[in-house]
Design a protein around this ligand. Structure first.
Ligand SMILES: C[S@@+](CC[C@H](N)C(=O)[O-])C[C@H]1O[C@@H](n2cnc3c(N)ncnc32)[C@H](O)[C@@H]1O
Length: 282
């Protein structure tokens, strides 16, 4: 780079800034190879010679909003699995549920436990929670529940609502739960796929939500929020803002659960640490 170039932003710089502004995801300059790989199929779809030309079109072209939504699908990292960080689901069954049901003791009718999977990806976290809660109902605990899954990726939201997974993804699900909560079909078009049974799906719904938004259209009496493995993509200021905003949606005495690499990030007042990665609203 010669001296004259200093301060001139490349398409790649502008793109990383745009993604950061919309999603909060910090993409350091070292991620250009990853960006290149993830956008390759869009470069091909537009029959362009390289990523630079595609980014120029995306940034300066007209009517690229739908394309930008696709790009967000491609740029987000959606890694997830059933029973990921399984101690959180033990905590849900053995502590969060009884504590919250006891707190709702006086409510008329069956108490309702509300759970929000706030960076849900394709839904494994939300359906794991649904299985764990349904098992408690089966054991005779009297309650109802509702689970909301949200994600910035429209494709992930769609996948969550479809609730179709590959058989390989079930390796972390106990066999008796696989039997009870997943169904398969002999039809060749869905070979190797399973779907969550409707009896469980009815408790769970997914919708689009950007954690960078100033406010969220979500209830403010949620019993437990999973905010796992997403804060790591944000810078410190955004991490703090997101945690503070989410804390407003936790019922007093309810819980916020973060990923094992993220517990240092939660410093909001009004949240007491009860486990290394679990915080309770005072
Ligand atoms: C690595 S996955 C974590 C999935 C699940 N929570 C888990 O721990 O298995 C991170 C998810 O966060 C979503 N995400 C990233 N930025 C987001 C934002 N600003 N708002 C909402 N979701 C976001 C991504 O689309 C992705 O699906």
């Amino acid at each position: 780079m010669n001296v004259m170039d200093r301060g001139v932003k490349t398409h790649s710089d502008r793109f990383r800034e745009l993604i950061r502004n919309i999603t909060g995801i910090s993409l350091p300059a070292s991620k250009v190879v990853m960006i290149d790989q993830r956008l390759r199929r869009r470069v091909v779809a537009f029959d362009l010679p390289d990523t630079e030309s595609y980014l120029q079109l995306l940034l300066d072209g007209q009517g690229m909003e739908a394309e930008l939504r696709l790009v967000i699908d491609l740029i987000t990292t959606n890694t997830t699995s059933f029973f990921r960080e399984s101690e959180h689901f033990d905590f849900l069954a053995k502590e969060a549920l009884p504590v919250r049901l006891a707190a709702k003791g006086g409510a008329a009718g069956r108490p309702r436990f509300k759970l929000w999977s706030a960076a849900a990806s394709e839904g494994a976290e939300a359906y794991t929670a649904a299985m764990v809660l349904a098992e408690q109902q089966k054991r005779g605990v009297q309650f109802d529940f509702a689970i909301l899954g949200t994600d910035i990726s429209a494709r992930m939201v769609e996948r969550g609502n479809e609730a179709i997974y590959s058989v390989d993804q079930l390796s972390t699900v106990p066999p008796e739960m696989v039997k009870r909560y997943f169904m398969s079909s002999r039809h060749p078009s869905v070979a190797g796929k399973v779907r969550v049974v409707p009896e469980l799906r009815r408790y769970v719904r997914f919708r689009h939500l950007n954690l960078m938004d100033e406010t969220y259209r979500v209830d403010r009496d949620v019993d437990l929020i999973f905010l796992r493995n997403v804060l790591i993509y944000f810078d410190a200021a955004d991490q703090e803002r997101v945690v503070a905003r989410l804390a407003q949606h936790v019922a007093p005495g309810g819980y916020l659960v973060v990923g094992h690499a993220e517990s240092m990030v939660v410093r909001s007042s009004g949240l007491k640490q009860v486990r290394p990665t679990i915080f309770q609203k005072e």
